[in-house]
Each structure stands twice: as structure tokens, then as C-alpha cells.
Design a protein around this ligand. Structure first.
Ligand code: CTP
Length: 448
């Protein structure tokens, strides 16, 4: 019996897929079809897949061509499958010509003619509206955002605005954004949604302006510096059925989400302690260290550390204390300790002090270790008393990692009823509450 194997995502199953499966089947007597899992696609940066793995498998079943359907979940699996299933022929469309020659060591490799004029990508583009995004602020993070947005099918960065028109022109020119907006009103008139990447103290004004103009908003961190302002903005967005999201990128990484799901599934028992630090040595002249511009380690970085703490231990802590070193009125280093009824969390943030940027989550059965920089989560390890039980988890993110937050933002806009659990309003408000307490309540700060 001649066994043939082929692989694909098979999103929005189409004639090209059907032709390919028929051609593959004709090569032998038994056809195995490998379908990528949702996580595997996410991990390799294929973020625009519409059908989930169950729907995609079902579509293949209905063709009646597959004798066996398997799932593909890791890089390097093809060799394992070929050996495991005694495969004679590996078949794939001609768009992959040459890419799988390395499998010739294990079996025959056949590149089959691809059907012209159809692909999942073109179907997705036809099926969905394009969300036009306008950018406020044209610094480095905005540049990265534009480059990352290219990986999300139904998004177009349409225009940008910066009060400094010359800066805005050169930004648009460099990034091939066709429309330069010379005023805020021009910007909002041209787009469906706004990404705010301007200096922190302008966030409240720009967010309010954008929402009042009927636009969805994705706002960089630190979002706003007072809970009252944040609540007002959320209410405003809610009343107008608009999405308002804080661009806290860690919350959207595949590995971070997997980590949280595993921990909620009890892999280390009851969580008793979370320690998550993030420190960077910053140029003294940076606005991040300027008191007048709401600089300081807590404003800049506490949102990252508070994210896993609030996700894992909740937002109802008993008390919170800060131990800080100040320079020129801003905290260049803060250690924060948060006490819960049955657990404890701590973090260090620093812009003028450097420490280890790892995260450790301790539980009653074991602990999780995430090496620095944990906030760009790609890898973590579950460790136990019995070392044989230790397990490493890898979920690399693609590019700069911003595409995951863009994907979630756009998916929330397109699905008005979607509830996003990746970063909830309650979590955002709790983060802001801590940052505000730090600014306003000196009683809980111990100066060192
Ligand atoms: N395929 C084909 N003809 C097409 C489209 C796909 O023969 N017009 C083949 C691919 O070469 C591959 C299999 O179908 O062997 C599954 O491809 P997949 O990547 O899932 O489909 P695409 O439509 O190419 O998806 P995308 O646009 O997301 O790349």
C-alpha cells in the first residue's frame, strides 16, 4: 500500500484545496492529511485564519478523500509523521516548490500543480471589511506598529497625525502611508479606529477626542494616570458601542495566554506567590525619567508586572506598599509588595536600576520560571520537587510581537459581541488604581 501525506491550514476550504487533495490521493492508495492547530498557526505568525481547527478538519472530512486526518502542532513534526506512519510520498502544492526537499531523505517529495486564482488569503480579504487605522504620535513604537499591522489581513494603516507636521510627513513617507493628516479632525474623518502612541500626558485628551468622534481606540501604555479618567473614557466608549483597549502587548502573546490557562488548570496547585520584575537602564534625558511628563518606573513599567499578578491572584488585595528610590522627583526604582488573604505578590520596576527580569510563580505543587525578559513571553518552565516531572513550554512570537494586540483589537471591532478576556476593563482599572495610588498617596511609599 502506497501512503501519501500532505499538510495545510485549509482555512475557508476552497476549490484549490479540493483539487490538491484529489491530486495527492491519486498518487497512492492511502491519504493522510495534516491540519495545523490554531496554536501552531498563531505561533508561526499566521494570525488571520478564520475557521478553527475543528471546522477545518470537518471540511476535509466532508471531501471523503482523506483516509486519516492528523493535526500538525510543532515545527519538525513532518519528519516524525513520515517515519511514524511509514509514508511513501510527501505531496504539497507547487507554491512550496523546493521548500520541502529536505524530506527527500525520508520519502519521495512531490510538488503538485497549484490551482491558479484562488487562495484562503484572497477569500479572507473579500469576506471581511478593511479596518482603517489612523495613528496619533509618530515615534519608534508607532513605526513598529505600522510594520506589525502588515501581518493582519484586514487592517490598513491609513493615515497619521503629529502636531509637528514635518515629523508626520517624514514618518508617512518612510512607512509608505499615503495620507498625512494635518489636523486631528482630518485624521478622525478618514478612519475607523485610532492607535494612540503619543506622550502619556496627551492620552486622555486624544482618547476622548477619538471616542467622541465615533472611533475605536487602542492606546499605548501608560494609558491614563487616573482611574476617574479611565472610567469616564470606558463609559464614553461603551455608550457609543466603541472598543477601547490598552496596548499592553504582553497580555496578547500566545505564550502568556497559554501560561495563564495552564496555571488556571492547576498545574502547580494553589498559587501562593508571584514575583515579576521589569527593569531597564534608561537615558537620564529620556522623557520616561521626566517628572513633568509623568515619567518614572511605576508609570512606565508597573502595568507589565501587575498584569500577571492581577490575572492570577485577582484584584482584591489586602494592602500594597512601595519601596522607592527617587531622583529628580521620579522613582528610578520601586519594589512593590502586594498582600492578599492567602498569597503575596511582589515586583521591581526600574528605569535607573538594573535587576534580573524574570518571573517566578510559586504554587503548592511546584513553580513556574520564566526567564528574562518574561514580559516578552516565549518560553516558560514548570518545575517540581521531582525533577523528572519538569516541563518546558515554547511558544515563540513573531516579529516585534505587536501583531497579537492588533489582531485582538481588530477582532473585537469586527465582532461587537465578543468579550475579550485577554485584558479586561477591571484589570486595566486596577492597574491604573495602583499607579495612581503611587502618585497620590505618599503614606504607602517608603523611600530608600
Ligand atoms: N493549494 C493549492 N491551490 C491553491 C491554494 C492552495 O493547491 N489555490 C494547496 C497548497 O499548496 C497546500 C494546500 O493547498 O498544499 C493547503 O494550502 P493552504 O496554505 O492551507 O491554502 P492557501 O489557500 O494557500 O492559504 P493561504 O492563502 O492562507 O496561504
Amino acid at each position: 500500500m502506497k501512503k501519501v501525506i500532505t499538510y495545510g491550514t485549509y482555512d475557508l476550504f476552497h476549490q484549490g484545496h479540493l483539487n490538491l487533495l484529489k491530486r495527492a490521493k491519486e498518487l497512492g492508495d492511502y491519504l493522510i492529511v495534516g491540519v495545523t492547530t490554531d496554536n501552531f498557526d498563531l505561533g508561526r505568525g499566521k494570525l488571520n485564519v478564520c475557521n478553527n481547527v475543528i471546522e477545518r478538519i470537518e471540511a476535509i472530512k466532508q471531501t471523503g478523500l482523506a483516509d486519516q486526518i492528523i493535526i500538525e502542532e510543532y515545527i519538525g513534526q513532518k519528519i516524525d509523521d513520515i517515519l511514524k506512519y511509514n509514508v511513501d510520498i510527501f505531496a504539497i502544492g507547487s507554491d512550496w516548490e523546493g521548500k520541502f526537499d529536505y524530506l527527500k531523505e525520508y520519502c519521495e517529495v512531490v510538488y503538485l500543480p497549484r490551482t491558479e486564482g484562488i487562495s484562503s488569503t484572497t477569500l479572507r480579504e473579500k469576506q471581511r471589511d478593511i479596518i482603517r487605522i489612523g495613528i496619533i504620535g509618530t515615534g519608534n513604537i508607532a513605526k513598529r506598529f505600522v510594520n506589525e499591522a502588515k501581518f493582519i489581513t484586514n487592517v490598513r494603516i491609513h493615515t497619521a497625525y503629529n502636531p509637528n507636521l514635518e515629523d508626520c510627513k517624514s514618518f508617512c513617507n518612510e512607512l509608505k502611508i499615503t495620507e498625512v493628516s494635518s489636523s486631528l479632525s482630518e485624521l478622525v474623518s478618514k478612519v475607523d479606529a485610532i492607535y494612540i502612541a503619543s506622550p502619556p500626558l496627551t492620552h486622555y485628551f486624544y482618547t476622548k477626542y477619538a471616542i467622541e468622534s465615533g472611533k475605536h481606540v487602542l492606546c499605548e501604555t501608560p494609558f491614563v494616570l487616573s482611574e476617574k479618567e479611565a472610567i469616564e473614557l470606558y463609559d464614553l466608549a461603551n455608550n457609543k458601542n466603541l472598543r477601547l483597549m490598552m496596548a499592553l502587548k504582553t497580555a496578547f502573546y500566545p505564550a502568556f495566554n497559554h501560561l495563564i490557562s495552564l496555571l488556571k488548570s492547576d498545574i502547580i496547585g494553589d498559587i501562593v506567590s508571584v514575583d515579576a520584575s521589569i527593569t531597564t537602564l534608561t537615558d537620564e534625558k529620556s522623557p520616561k525619567l521626566d517628572f513633568e511628563q509623568a515619567g518614572g518606573s511605576m508609570n512606565e513599567n508597573a502595568c507589565f508586572s501587575l498584569l500577571p499578578i492581577f490575572k492570577l491572584l485577582g484584584v482584591n488585595y489586602v494592602d500594597i506598599n512601595f519601596y522607592s528610590r527617587f531622583k529628580n522627583n521620579v522613582d528610578i526604582y520601586t519594589k512593590c509588595i502586594i498582600r492578599y488573604p492567602q498569597s503575596i505578590a511582589s515586583f521591581q520596576v526600574g528605569l535607573g536600576v538594573k535587576s534580573e527580569g524574570s518571573m517566578v510563580i510559586a504554587g503548592t505543587k511546584g513553580y513556574i520560571y520564566i526567564p528574562a525578559p518574561w514580559w516578552k513571553t516565549e518560553f516558560f518552565e514548570a518545575r517540581y520537587e521531582d525533577l523528572n516531572k519538569n516541563r518546558k513550554y515554547f511558544y515563540p512570537y513573531e516579529g516585534e510581537g505587536l501583531r497579537y494586540e492588533i489582531k485582538e483589537f481588530v477582532s473585537c471591532i469586527m465582532n461587537p459581541n465578543k468579550i475579550s478576556f485577554k485584558l479586561t476593563k477591571e484589570e486595566v482599572l486596577s492597574i491604573i488604581r495602583v499607579q495612581e495610588l503611587f502618585i497620590k498617596d505618599s503614606k504607602s511609599i517608603y523611600r530608600i
